[in-house]
Design a protein around this ligand. Structure first.
Ligand code: ZN
Ligand code: ZN
Length: 419
């Protein structure tokens, strides 16, 4: 057989993996600053969880979900997004009672069977935040501010926020009828999937990639009830206080069923176009509709690939060793192995060290030393072995090699690395 990865799946080789890890580290720092705690949720859940929360009229659930029947005859699915799992965990573990503040973040891989295209993968990493149990506009403004701060910390430039309010169930009740009547009147102009789902979820047509742009111009607009209007204007006021650049776009819908009130997207000047980097919104009814307590919530998710793609500087700190140890013979090899251990355990601060194979030729070991990116090679040849010494040779900067007693090598090297 020939080994190869599945279509739409890829390897993250060390340079990319380092970049992803540095983005994750920036995210963790940002979350700590805002009092968010990590939640690790399962990769596989009952399929019903996603059908009921993400929504059975969404592309994610309708077309893109990896769902199958497991050995026990259960209908399960590999998570296409993080929010449903977080909500389930919140309900199942009674976090509304036992949790600290309802603020959670997750970092994990999601799976969607999208048609593979440039920059899109079927397994992709998302970083997400959910603030559950807080209806106040402060929660909206805080989480949006945190997202912008994270993007800027990572290095995504020129971020601005586009937002809208989808209102609550109350303001949507009448709007749904008005919108449905409008969509029915022009059903023959809509795409096939929209025609099939307008009765179940008329709002989805506004978010359709094909029909959305035309409908945004012509479709009747939602009028917010007084409570929703106040929530929306306060959210904007608080964003202003946070210093977050934002504008309102009444046609912003976002493609998920559970959104209520605030929905938002972040755009970057690096992308230029209308394309959003990421987004999120409020979902005040989801926890309750999934069988939990009444717990209004707001959250967002961002793709790590998307962030990585937008970075000007894609070089994350390299983890090359500081020292590369080389030996000239089998006996010298044991001494060199001992020295490698002493470097890593140095009480004055560990020195990262590597070696190739002490049984290869000196020339081949030196080639590996050059390739390793190490700053210094530490060489134990026949002479050094007899004298109990080691030769230290700079690899990156010009400078003469010199010989020191093996016991002194770690402290001398530490000094050189500091200079
Ligand atoms: Zn309302
Ligand atoms: Zn459509």
């Amino acid at each position: 057989m020939s080994v190869h990865s599945l279509r739409g799946f890829r390897d993250l080789l060390p340079a990319d993996a380092r970049l992803f890890a540095s983005i994750e580290a920036a995210a963790r720092e940002t979350f700590a600053l805002y009092g968010y705690q990590e939640l690790r949720i399962p990769t596989i859940e009952l399929k019903e969880l996603f059908v009921k929360s993400t929504g059975d009229t969404t592309d994610i659930v309708e077309k893109e979900m990896y769902a199958f029947t497991d050995g026990g005859g259960r209908e399960v699915a590999v998570r296409p997004e993080g929010t449903p799992g977080v909500v389930r965990a919140y309900i199942e573990n009674n976090l509304g009672q036992t949790g600290r503040n309802g603020k959670y973040f997750y970092i994990g891989n999601m799976f969607r069977a999208e048609r593979p295209q440039a920059g899109r993968f079927r397994e992709f990493e998302q970083i997400g935040a959910e603030h559950i149990g807080n209806a106040s506009p402060h929660a909206d403004a805080e989480t949006i501010t945190m997202l912008v701060r994270l993007l800027e910390k990572v290095g995504v430039s020129g971020c601005s926020v586009v937002l809208n309010s989808l209102g609550c169930g109350e303001c949507r009740k009448t709007y749904r009828e008005v919108l449905l009547a409008f969509l029915r009147s022009r059903a023959e102009k809509l795409c096939e999937p929209c025609r099939g789902r307008i009765e179940r979820n008329p709002l989805r047509a506004l978010d359709c990639k094909l029909d959305g742009p035309a409908l945004a111009e012509t479709a009747p607009k939602l009028t917010l009830c007084p409570a929703c209007a106040e929530h929306f204007s306060r959210t904007q006021e608080l964003l202003k206080i946070s210093g977050v650049k934002h504008e309102v776009n009444p046609s912003l819908v976002r493609g998920l069923d559970y959104y209520t009130r605030t929905v938002f997207e972040v755009r970057s000047s690096a992308l230029g176009s209308q394309d959003a980097v990421c987004g999120g919104g409020r979902y005040d009814d989801l926890v309750k509709s999934m069988g939990g307590p009444a717990a209004p919530a707001v959250g967002w998710a961002v793709g790590v690939d998307r962030m990585a793609m937008l970075l000007q500087d894609k070089t994350a700190a390299d983890n090359s060793p500081e020292a590369f140890v080389v030996a000239a013979s089998k006996d010298a090899g044991n001494k060199a192995f001992e020295l490698t251990t002493a470097l890593r355990n140095f009480p004055g601060g560990p020195i990262s060290a590597d070696f190739s194979s002490f049984e290869l030729s000196l020339k081949s070991q030196m080639r590996s030393a050059d390739k390793s990116g190490a700053s210094f090679a530490l060489i134990i040849g026949e002479d050094e072995l007899k004298a109990g010494t080691v030769t230290i040779k700079p690899l990156k900067e010009k400078g003469d090699q010199f010989t020191v007693p093996v016991a002194d090598a770690p402290s001398r090297l530490k000094q050189l690395l500091k200079d």
